[in-house]
Ligand binder design. Sequence first.
Ligand code: NAG
Ligand code: NAG
Length: 504
Amino acid sequence: MDTRCISSGPSVMPPWTLMEFMGWGDLGIYGEPSRETPNLDRMAAEGMLFPNFYSANPLCSPSRAALLTGRLPIRNGFYTTNRHARNAYTPQEIVGGIPDQEHVLPELLKEAGYVSKIVGKWHLGHRPRFHPLKHGFDEWFGSPNCHFGPYDNRARPNIPVYRDWEMVGRYYEEFPINLKTGEANLTQVYLQEALDFIKRQQAAQRPFFLYWAIDATHAPVYASRPFLGTSQRGRYGDAVREIDNSVGKILSLLQDLRISENTFVFFTSDNGAALISAPNQGGSNGPFLCGKQTTFEGGMREPAIAWWPGRIPAGRVSHQLGSIMDLFTTSLSLAGLAPPSDRVIDGLDLLPVMLGGQLTDRPIFYYRGDTLMAVTLGQYKAHFWTWTNSWEEFRQGIDFCPGQNVSGVTTHTQEEHTKLPLIFHLGRDPGERFPLSFASTEYLDVLQRVTPVVQQHQKTLIPGQPQLNVCDRAVMNWAPPGCEKLGKCLTPPESTPKKCSWPH
Ligand SMILES: *[C@@H]1O[C@H](CO)[C@@H](O)[C@H](O)[C@H]1NC(C)=O
Ligand SMILES: *[C@@H]1O[C@H](CO)[C@@H](O)[C@H](O)[C@H]1NC(C)=O
């Protein structure tokens, strides 16, 4: 192990905190009226805020796969070709997962002596070959899938919680979540895991990478007893308060251990707030249109804060268009490593942005499954396809844009605009309400700039083998490794692989 890294400035490691369903508008610093995130607001005051930062997908698993590979889901395989423009993720009947050929961040960081831990939700596949410890992580405490349930362990098993290679229990069993009261102490458990890991690595003088992927704000939303009922915003706000408090404890520990000036910390989210769960279990996307599942700004623009006292100047705002995939390239750069050169990497190294105030022109691509829905270049966003969800689903009450209806934009049929995209100026119109007139010179100018960028992207794109096409009840978490020690092995049904149905 190279112990110099800990004390040699640039070779530092990022704990990240990443949360599911956290919206751009959920933080006080982004204008949330209740002002209940003092620790995250302080982190921003001491660091750099990115108002134009994006997830790689409007959904959890593809976004996380992109974060850890630095590559768009269409390249790393986290998409479906079952139907046009469909969101897909990793429920427990999914057969696919992170392909072995993909270089996952902790795998690469090992070359520089880093020890890596994931706390919380992995979401890159739950079958044995996709286990995070097979993809570079040294430690894991958390679950492979969302904490949905409880299930009856007959039609569906409850989701297991792992410590490293083996399960140590299941949600709603050893790891209770009270759906009625919303009480669960999982964020506290995840916090202890994070603090313990940091202390151990600091004591051993080892450089470390902590991926703190908590999920209390994902429905069913939960918080521990001291936080329940304390928010102005209901249960979702309780969960946000507990996460904010935990981030404060992580930052304080780094300061107490005197490693804050050697540790890069980044806070962001993997998709926009799920407005379908609003207002009780869903957050806020501030001024942006719609939420999770959509390629409007509310689905993919994320809160983002970088913190590195003494290095990143305090209290700055960067208008760099940033992507969650940049954390891959930036982390390698911090460790003195170059990104893999044998494949396309979509992430940028943000160090020149954070340390030198540079701005780099780059496009942000918005995919839904196999389909390029939109692109943002500078201040302009061009939509090639618009769709929220089908009329059929919408009539059943599934609404990704509650209270919002922008005629011709939030459409319930898939509308193609590839010849004449709908273009918005996101600075003047962050809510995507007023498309530029097709006849304006501004429109024609923008179209001229966007077209070659998109053509180049599509001409050179080599899609990965789609991982999210096949589902099979036999692959669910019936008998995860370690189940025999706990007497918790269940018998899988016969294998019946079929195309997953992705309704939206
Ligand atoms: C969480 O609750 C479980 C039992 O429900 C308990 O065993 C555990 O000690 C608690 N952990 C924390 C960190 O409070
Ligand atoms: C949105 O408004 C338009 C008219 O402005 C209407 O035709 C359409 O049905 C509305 N859509 C929804 C989902 O309410």
